[in-house]
Design a protein around this ligand. Structure first.
Ligand SMILES: [Zn+2]
Ligand SMILES: [Zn+2]
Length: 295
């Protein structure tokens, strides 16, 4: 298995609109491990469409408990279970992740009990373990090292950027965050930095569309980063490639890839990818992977 990143869902926020992209979820294949980062709605469909058998589910990381990052956690694992999952799955998330998983299992108890008895499946509640983490080392196992940095995403305090390293390859996810200079140190020298991004000229139109204008604008400005700010972090960190992800707005016909590129080029001159659903980004190889797009 070659190392690669698949951007399964690329939009910021939980709302869906016809023809638009899906909320946050990514798949990282690194050092032979199958790693899910965030479980926004659509992740199960995205993984299957990307050709990944759900039985391969291994490690799941949740950056924070906003619904656009965690809504499909239970359904993903449950669907993998009905697809024949037999290996243990470890879920790593901020405090509260265990509550979400346990209550999902309670809500689905009728179906779970029936499938154990009727289909002879292992108990899903015993296959899955949840580890709630804070800042610092999250996991060190078989050459894979995962560390977390608390970022600035008010009013959510438990929101963590994640750094994955294996055999010299490294990928960093910013999670949702306002401009946060310590991220540059955390992402230092990474092969890929996946950073969230907003586009200034799209915010007003988005705010008008959703109907809770002033409050939404306030949240966006306090809790998220503009593309120029993501570029600043990437430059300061000296990463090899910047991927703009969790795009806000993501489904405005008047905002295209050229607008994102124009904004981020003010602060970032290196390799660049603007995320869209199902896009594949290769790791530690000079050539573009299948489906990869560079700009
Ligand atoms: Zn989000
Ligand atoms: Zn969030």
């Amino acid at each position: 298995m070659s190392n690669r990143l698949v951007l399964l869902g690329s939009k910021g926020g939980p709302a869906l609109r016809p023809g638009g992209p899906w909320p946050s979820s990514s798949l990282l294949e690194l050092g032979g491990r199958t790693i899910v980062v965030d479980c926004g709605l659509g992740i199960t469909r995205g993984m299957v469409d990307a050709g990944i058998g759900l039985k391969a589910l291994d490690l799941i990381f949740i950056t924070h408990l906003h619904s656009d990052h965690v809504l499909e956690l239970g359904p993903l694992i449950h669907t993998a279970w009905t697809a024949g999952l037999a290996n243990p799955v470890k879920v790593f998330g901020p405090p509260g992740t265990g509550y979400i998983w346990q209550h999902f299992c309670q809500a689905m108890a009728f179906d779970i009990e029936i499938r154990i008895v009727d289909e002879g499946r292992p108990d899903i509640r015993e296959l899955v373990s949840v580890v709630e983490f804070g800042e610092g080392l999250v996991l060190e196992e078989g050459g894979l090292k995962v560390t977390a940095l608390r970022v600035d995403h008010p009013p959510v305090t438990d929101c963590f950027a994640l750094r994955f390293e294996h055999g010299g390859g490294s990928v960093v996810f910013s999670a949702d965050t306002a401009f946060f200079p310590p991220l540059a140190g955390f992402a230092r020298g990474a092969d890929i930095l996946v950073h969230e991004a907003m586009l200034e000229q799209g915010i007003e139109r988005l705010v008008a569309k959703t109907g809770n204008g002033a409050r939404l604008r306030e949240h966006l400005l306090a809790s998220h980063s503009f593309a120029e700010e993501a570029g600043r972090i990437a430059s300061d960190a000296g990463v090899k490639r910047l991927v703009l992800n969790h795009l806000i707005p993501a489904d405005d016909p008047e905002v295209g890839e050229a607008d994102w590129i124009a904004a981020v080029r003010k602060t970032w001159t290196g390799d660049l990818t603007i995320a869209r659903d199902a896009l594949v980004v290769g790791l530690s190889c000079a050539e573009a992977a299948v489906g990869e797009e560079t700009a």
